[in-house]
Design a protein around this ligand. Structure first.
Ligand code: NAD
Ligand code: UGA
Length: 431
């Protein structure tokens, strides 16, 4: 049984801690947020993630997973310390490393035995060396340590499955012994292991996220061309996806990408390129294409209800940045609601799990606990998040509740022919 500590129990930290505990390790998970730790001790999860509640409770009960705010308790006796704190966008688009720096310093101040420090947060190229420097300078007396990069590739909403069955494990370090120990720790996941240097491992993470974001912006541009020329982007994506060189994943056209990662990571990579004297033309375009989607969705909805949004009521089906999460960070719903408000519309919202978080972020949006109640008296509905429950809505009932039967389907969840037959004024993406 290895002892591991995980620093930061947000989306990545709590999943990492619970999964490593489930693999038979002893895990101490630490956060500086006292409320978060207090809640976890009571069995209250900090986030909504399918399967997490059960996984955490099972491992706490088995004595393999515990929570603390005390760095000494977390670090003492641990062979590995995973850093999983946030790296949000700074003012210039750079990754803000203040939480990583604070975590590295606290680990160094509290370590009493040799330790392998593993960076799981998404961090700019060169951060591993910088973390090593912070640790060296903050140790009260010199103790052996190694810094290893092991970026995380899980997706919210399917985080446990993604963690337990990764496509690959990337390990970056100059210390062969440390890299080999981290590889051993990941062996039960039975995924290909890529061992490389620190900077390359850090770059693999950014390049992967930027590539996926590029794929989505690409298919969104194709969707616009399909719409103009009379093709169906859903079938185009399916037809393209059979080619193994292209693949079917991440070719769903819609309102574009949001969330806590693609937006900040594409921006941070572009910032790094510019700092290095390069012009990241593709990355800049990928971002422009993406953010344009949100504006276009609002202008098409306006057109569908006669041109002006002033005095109209628009209902948003879905607020989270994607289904199966309550994460609202850079959710398209935020820009869409704000654009609608600026244009003079009243905005309503319904989301199966993100409403509580959304209330704090979108105070001008009137929240409803039922999609049918929300639809009553609306001039149009916009599908913003493709929650499964929206796919089976009673559309006849919805039609009867709306002032005008207008639906803008930003996630292509309905069949255009059926919607037309039902008498809806309906617009989808690229179809
Ligand atoms: P998060 O904001 O959900 O959680 C971060 C946690 O770290 C918070 O609970 C915060 O209180 C805690 N924290 C901050 N400073 C701390 C400190 N000094 N000591 C201990 N705890 C501290 O973040 P997240 O979404 O889990 O992302 C974490 C990192 O993982 C980011 O770099 C992100 O880019 C990367 N990542 C995220 C995902 C994802 O799906 N969310 C997937 C892959 C990689
Ligand atoms: C993404 C990556 O998929 C993970 O591999 C990575 O670990 C993570 O970022 C991260 O670094 O944090 P996540 O943001 O949780 O995961 O969710 P995705 O499923 O990738 O979706 C991101 C956004 O793209 C969502 O807004 C989603 O609606 C949009 N998307 C996704 C599309 O518009 N079309 C698609 O085909 C796929």
């Amino acid at each position: 049984m290895k002892q591991i500590c995980v620093i930061g129990v947000g989306y990545v930290g709590i999943v990492t801690g619970a999964c490593f505990a489930d693999l038979g390790n002893k895990v101490v998970a630490l956060d500086v947020n006292e409320k978060r730790v207090e809640n976890l001790k009571k069995g209250i999860m900090p986030i909504y993630e399918p399967g997490l509640d059960e996984l955490v409770k099972r491992n706490v009960k088995a004595g393999r997973l515990s929570f603390t705010t005390d760095y000494a308790e977390a670090v003492n006796g641990s062979e590995f310390a995973f850093i999983a704190v946030g790296t949000p966008s700074g003012v210039k688009g750079e990754a803000d490393l203040q939480y990583v720096a604070a975590a590295a310093k606290s680990i160094a101040e509290n370590m009493t035995e040799p330790l392998i420090i593993i960076n799981k947060s998404t961090v700019p190229i060169g951060t591993g060396d910088w973390v090593a420097d912070i640790v060296r300078r903050s140790q009260p007396k010199p103790i052996d340590f190694a810094v290893v990069s092991c970026p995380e590739f899980l997706r919210e909403g399917s985080a446990i499955g993604d963690f337990m069955q990764p496509h690959r494990t990337v390990i970056g370090s100059f210390d062969r012994d440390a890299a080999s120990k981290v590889a051993q720790l990941h062996l039960p996941l039975r995924a290909p292991i890529v061992i490389t240097d620190l900077r390359t491992a850090e770059m693999i993470k950014y390049a992967s996220n930027a590539f996926l974001a590029t794929k989505i912006s690409f298919i969104n541009e194709i969707a616009d061309i399909c719409e103009a020329l009379g093709a169906d982007v859903k079938e185009v994506a399916a037809g393209m996806g059979y080619d193994a060189r292209i693949g079917r994943h991440f070719l769903d056209a819609g309102l574009g990408w949001g969330g806590s990662c693609f937006p900040k990571d594409v921006l941070a990579l572009a910032y790094m390129a510019e700092e290095a004297g390069l012009e990241p033309r593709i990355l800049n375009t990928v971002m422009d294409v993406n953010y344009e989607r949100r504006k276009t969705a609002v202008s098409i909805t306006a057109e569908m209800i006669g041109g002006s949004l002033s005095g109209k009521t628009i209902g948003l089906l879905g607020l989270a940045f994607k289904p199966n999460t309550d994460d609202m960070r850079d959710a398209p719903s935020i820009d869409i609601a704000n654009e609608l408000n600026v244009a003079g519309a009243s905005v309503r919202g319904y989301d199966p799990v993100a409403m509580e978080v959304a209330r704090g972020i979108l105070p001008a949006v009137q929240m409803y606990t039922d999609p049918y109640e929300m639809a009553q008296g609306c001039d149009a509905l916009m599908v913003v998040t493709e929650w499964n429950e929206f796919k089976q809505l009673d559309l006849d009932k919805i039609k009867g509740l709306l002032n005008t039967p207008v639906i803008y389907d930003g996630r292509n969840i309905y069949d255009p022919a059926r919607m037309k037959d039902m008498g809806f004024k309906y617009r989808a993406i690229g179809r």
